[in-house]
Design a protein. Structure first.
Length: 77
């Protein structure tokens, strides 16, 4: 899952070496939180207009999580 998020984010940004993903342990509801960190210049590219790209990234991650029977949340920091 972490590799999927990194791959998607690196395809969107100008500085792929600045992409970093950290993973928190599952909380009491069983939700695993992924934190996506990108360079300040690429933040707009990852969020997109009115948050459309960020919403699409979260949708892809949720679809992959369903196949693995886990719950995920993506935070863009």
């Amino acid at each position: 899952m972490k590799e999927l998020l990194e791959t998607v984010a690196k395809g969107l940004v100008d500085a792929p070496e600045a992409v970093e993903v950290t993973v928190d342990e599952a909380n009491e509801e069983g939700v695993v939180v992924y934190h996506l960190h990108v360079g300040p210049d690429d933040m707009g590219r990852v969020i997109g207009r009115q948050g459309r790209i960020a919403k699409a990234i979260r949708t892809v991650m949720r679809a992959a999580a369903i196949r693995r029977d886990v719950k995920v949340q993506v935070d863009i920091d």
